[in-house]
Design a protein around this ligand. Structure first.
Ligand SMILES: Nc1ncnc2c1ncn2[C@@H]1O[C@H](COP(=O)(O)OP(=O)(O)OP(=O)(O)O)[C@@H](O)[C@H]1O
Ligand SMILES: [Mg+2]
Length: 627
């Protein structure tokens, strides 16, 4: 292995460890110094929960539903790792679990082992470090060291003879660059990348590429770093009539994607009836066993039930147990034997159903982290297609990539980068995406899309001039798109005051909340609620707004990356005497913000203050000039 690649992998291993430690420490400090109530207000704990059992997932994890009797508001998401406690989150013995589902009033957790709770009330859930994700990154990096990955080593070192040829791929509904991108990406011999500004159809083109791969009879793993981005890519595939299998869970409960999940497919499998009836039989046997005498601890002498069954059947005594004592246990042990055999039959059937479903799907979809789960441990794919790849760090991207022959990275490095909280990890390069890293090594092995199909030309021109050197072109069919009268881009000056959410670093601004409300009312006279999105860089603002307008999609900029809406309202929030605009400064965040709207963009904030920053001054200047 090249020295350079060795160093790269070692640096990444170290940076993952730094990042994990930093996150662990932050959680630890919070759990130590904040009360449950305070942490709940921050969105990282949920207190006063009641639990009830709710069956098992197909891979046998134990599901429990925790409810509060009132609306649950939290930042904890599907797929996060949590610990459950009786208000003592730092206790090492606490069971940990993965969030399986979240609804308004309850949260469902999946436990690998049957958890023990001292009580079924007064429980508390705390967000913990997602060790699983870090472990999978480490595993991927360690595996990557092995000589069998010499091709990938070469790719990483920039020494690979990447080549890719143009062969016609017949899709009428793509523009020339998009179809060229597909043929190049499809004919690459290891790595390729599809890049381009917002709305140029990267996700759309990726879906067509996936369609083409499937048509050639190949298997493809499709991923992104966030669940939201995976869901978005899946929706694009479904529109093309494809049938992806979602591993892990979609971001919204009861979403249109539920029927694509592995769990759902298992319930629909023809063999599932058999699992159900075996499960019923198992429950009945369990009940029956409760009616006979259970062997006393002192009599079993450390033997497991299955070992005792063996002794009984071979008519033997055990160490310190007489034949008679074992015989006395017969009614209990007979039922135990039946249960063991039912249980293993169920497991076998489940495995069979699972592998049947996995084998019968050509497209498997998951987050990068989840692609490292046990279910896919031996899976191998012809292709990995990763969307929003500019958000995926190298270790995260490697989790799926080590499972494939070739990969295609789709994204835009002028949009948001990987989130890294530890300074040392950043210095070691963890905040550089694999996409960015490889684009530097192979500047010619990427397709750059440049015609966008999302934004009215007025919005297009802002994005294009600010971030893309005027290279972004609006397609004819969207150039003039509008859903209502008036200017396409509007700015509204609000002399509000930013306030910091108690116990959190996030900001909100009440006057802006009021103004957003007024605008929503005005817009609803011309468009439907589902045509509007409100985005804000600050989580506290987004949350307060969402509470007031539950029918409108309201989220942070980061969460809205990759998405689009007819009308978008942005609330900038920051307003203070020292002209401090915090992370609004990041041009990538502004780029994502203003490139989500198709035909109306309303910018709300203390624009007079924000424009002390040059980039914003340029933006507001352009808007003024345009109208
Ligand atoms: N060739 C095309 N013809 C018609 N519509 C298209 C074409 N390409 C893309 N679109 C449409 O343009 C919109 C934007 O596409 P898409 O979301 O794939 O862009 P993107 O480059 O992934 O954007 P982002 O950077 O925000 O992720 C979508 O509504 C998509 O259906
Ligand atoms: Mg996209």
């Amino acid at each position: 292995m090249e020295y350079q690649v060795k160093t790269l992998i070692n640096n990444m291993l170290r940076s993952v460890e730094y990042e994990r430690e930093e996150e662990r420490e932050r959680h630890f400090q919070e759990m130590k110094y904040l009360t449950g109530h305070e942490r709940e207000k921050k969105g990282r704990a949920i207190i006063n929960l009641k639990k009830r059992k709710s069956g098992r997932t197909l891979s046998g994890e134990h599901l429990y539903i925790f409810s509060k009797g009132e609306r649950i508001e939290t930042e904890i998401n599907v797929g996060d790792q949590v610990v459950v406690s009786q208000n003592s989150p730092l206790d090492q013995q606490n069971p940990s679990a993965i969030v399986y589902e979240i609804s308004n009033k309850s949260i469902t957790l999946a436990f690998t082992k049957q958890p023990r709770f001292a009580s079924s009330k007064g429980l508390r859930i705390d967000l913990a470090v997602n060790d699983t994700t870090y472990r999978r990154m480490e595993e991927a990096l360690l595996i990557l060291r092995s000589p069998q990955y010499s091709k990938l080593h070469k790719i990483l070192s920039g020494q690979y003879g990447v080549n890719s040829s143009l062969k016609d791929v017949p899709y009428k509904d793509l523009n020339t660059r998009q179809s060229d991108a597909i043929s190049q990406a499809f004919n690459n011999n290891g790595y390729y990348s599809i890049q381009g500004p917002p709305g140029t159809g990267k996700t759309y083109t990726a879906a067509h590429l996936i369609h083409w791969i499937v048509k050639q009879g190949k298997k493809v793993l499709i991923t992104a770093d966030s669940n939201a981005a995976v869901d978005h890519l899946i929706r694009n595939c479904i529109k093309l009539g494809l049938d992806p299998l979602r591993i892990g869970n979609p971001i919204r409960v009861n979403s249109d994607l539920k029927s694509y999940t592995l769990d759902y497919r298992v319930y629909k499998h023809i063999l599932y009836d058999e699992v159900s009836s075996l499960q019923l039989e198992l429950e009945d046997t369990k009940k029956l066993q409760k009616t006979v005498e259970r062997p006393k601890m002192k009599d079993t002498r450390g033997y497991s039930y299955s070992e005792l069954v063996e002794l009984l059947e071979s008519n033997q005594a055990g160490r310190g147990i007489s034949k008679q004592t074992i015989k006395d246990m017969k009614p209990f042990l007979k039922l135990q034997k039946k249960m063991d055999s039912l249980y293993s039959k169920i497991q076998k059937l489940r495995d069979q159903i699972q592998s049947d479903i996995l084998n019968s799907h050509q497209i498997i979809a998951s987050t990068n982290a989840t692609s490292g789960c046990d279910l896919l441990v031996d899976a191998h794919f012809d292709w990995v297609i990763m969307d929003e790849a500019a958000q995926a760090s190298l270790p995260s991207a490697m989790i799926p990539i080590i499972k494939c022959n070739r990969f295609v990275l789709v994204g835009d490095h002028y949009q948001l980068p990987p989130v890294v909280i530890n300074q040392e990890a950043r210095e070691l390069g963890l905040d550089q995406s694999l996409m960015d890293y490889l684009a530097n090594q192979y500047p010619y092995y990427l397709s750059q899309l440049n015609v966008q199909y999302r934004m009215h030309e007025d919005i297009n021109n802002l994005v294009s001039s600010m971030f893309y050197n005027n290279q972004l072109i609006p397609a004819n069919q969207v150039k003039k798109r509008r859903v209502m009268k008036g200017n396409i881009v509007e700015t509204i000056q609000v002399n509000g005051k930013e306030l910091m959410q108690k116990d959190s670093k996030s900001f909100y601004n009440e006057l802006e909340i009021e103004m957003v409300g007024k605008q929503i009312k005005r817009l609803l006279k011309s468009v439907n609620a589902d045509q509007i999105a409100v985005i804000s860089p600050y989580k506290a603002q987004a949350k307060k707004l969402q509470k007031l307008y539950p029918d409108i999609e309201i989220d942070t900029v980061d969460a809205f990356q990759g998405r689009e809406k007819d009308v978008v309202i942005i609330s900038f929030v920051r307003s203070n005497p020292s002209n401090n605009i915090g992370f609004l400064k990041d041009f990538r965040r502004l780029n994502v913000s203003i490139s989500r709207a198709k035909s109306k963009l309303i910018l709300i904030g203390n624009l007079n203050m924000i424009r002390h920053n040059e980039m914003y001054d340029y933006l507001f200047e352009m808007i003024q000039e345009a109208y």
